[in-house]
Design a protein around this ligand. Structure first.
Ligand SMILES: Nc1ncnc2c1ncn2[C@@H]1O[C@H](COP(=O)(O)OP(=O)(O)OP(=O)(O)O)[C@@H](O)[C@H]1O
Ligand SMILES: [Mg+2]
Length: 264
């Protein structure tokens, strides 16, 4: 929890207002939720700066929070934004897999409709692999968070072997606008529609499967682990997603983008 004084322009807008601290996010950010605003405080780094840039570029292009204020102090970014209505897809999935998957497909299609011809946000593979390398070299990769099969007997020997494989196995690119961390807690939904996108530190131009892959992985975590439903329910959700998007599974890209995300 952040304990130093807030920058003045931010303090003026929040002091004395009741708030709760979010417990969903796993990163080293602090998220304070007010009645109609949210303050996200995180160390000033590429990801946090990129999130602010992405939010600015996406205003009026996609349903993202409105920027109410932004400040940098003491090595931290302070992003004050409007509070999204609706609920996280992860809070909806237990109620209805069909409706939640429909909303996620709608979210992906909204992203793909964004015109990328003048988009300054580059999240293509070259850039992502550079960041992955930086994360490895600076001890920012937490192997405790890895999927169980990534390292070990049937997986990679270590993070360096994983990185080398990712460099060698780069798939061809089908570029669209991507969220970059399309997991269920980052997508707000209502009545089968995506009505808000959050956590945009990796948003930008990338391959379509960047988002599809993390969506599939997040569906599996939410359905099988958090809701403790049988694997068949996850497979049903995955097929519903592909049907709603009129695509078939690209196994190679699905695996590639899930493995790439291990290094973030
Ligand atoms: N503008 C907003 N409106 C409503 N809820 C929000 C908003 N911003 C953040 N939240 C809530 O706080 C949670 C964490 O926010 P966010 O995903 O931006 O933080 P994070 O620390 O980067 O999380 P992660 O672990 O996913 O990286 C969200 O899943 C959501 O529940
Ligand atoms: Mg998040």
């Amino acid at each position: 929890m952040y304990s130093k004084p807030f920058p003045q322009s931010i303090a003026e807008k929040i002091i004395g207002k009741p708030c709760v601290s979010d417990t969903v996010g796993e990163s080293d950010s602090t998220v304070l939720i007010f009645e109609d605003a949210v303050l996200k405080i995180e160390p000033t780094n590429c990801n946090a700066n990129h999130e602010y840039a992405a939010l600015r570029w996406l205003q009026n292009r996609l349903p993202v929070p409105e920027i109410l204020d932004f400040a940098q102090a003491d090595g931290q970014n302070f992003l004050l934004m409007s509070k999204l209505r609706g609920a996280m897809a992860s809070d909806r999935i237990a109620e209805s897999i069909e409706e939640t998957v429909k909303a996620l497909a709608d979210g992906l299609q909204q992203l793909w409709r964004v015109d990328i011809s003048d988009c300054p946000l580059d999240s293509t593979l070259g850039k992502r692999l550079q960041q992955a390398k930086y994360n490895i070299e600076n001890g920012l990769v937490d192997t405790d968070d890895f999927e169980s099969e990534t390292l070990g007997e049937n997986g990679f020997a270590d993070v360096h072997a994983l990185y080398d494989w990712l460099e060698r196995a780069r798939p061809s690119a089908d570029l669209v606008f991507t969220h970059g961390d399309f997991c269920l807690p980052n997508i707000f939904t209502e009545s089968g529609k995506a009505i808000g996108f959050l956590d945009l530190g990796k948003a930008g131009i990338a391959d379509r499967w960047q988002d599809i892959a993390l969506c599939v992985r997040s569906l599996e975590h939410n359905i099988c682990t958090f809701c403790a439903l049988p694997k068949a329910e996850f497979l049903r959700a995955k097929n519903l997603l592909y049907a709603a998007l009129s695509i078939s599974e690209d196994k190679e890209k699905l695996q590639y983008y899930i493995l790439l995300d291990e290094l973030f």
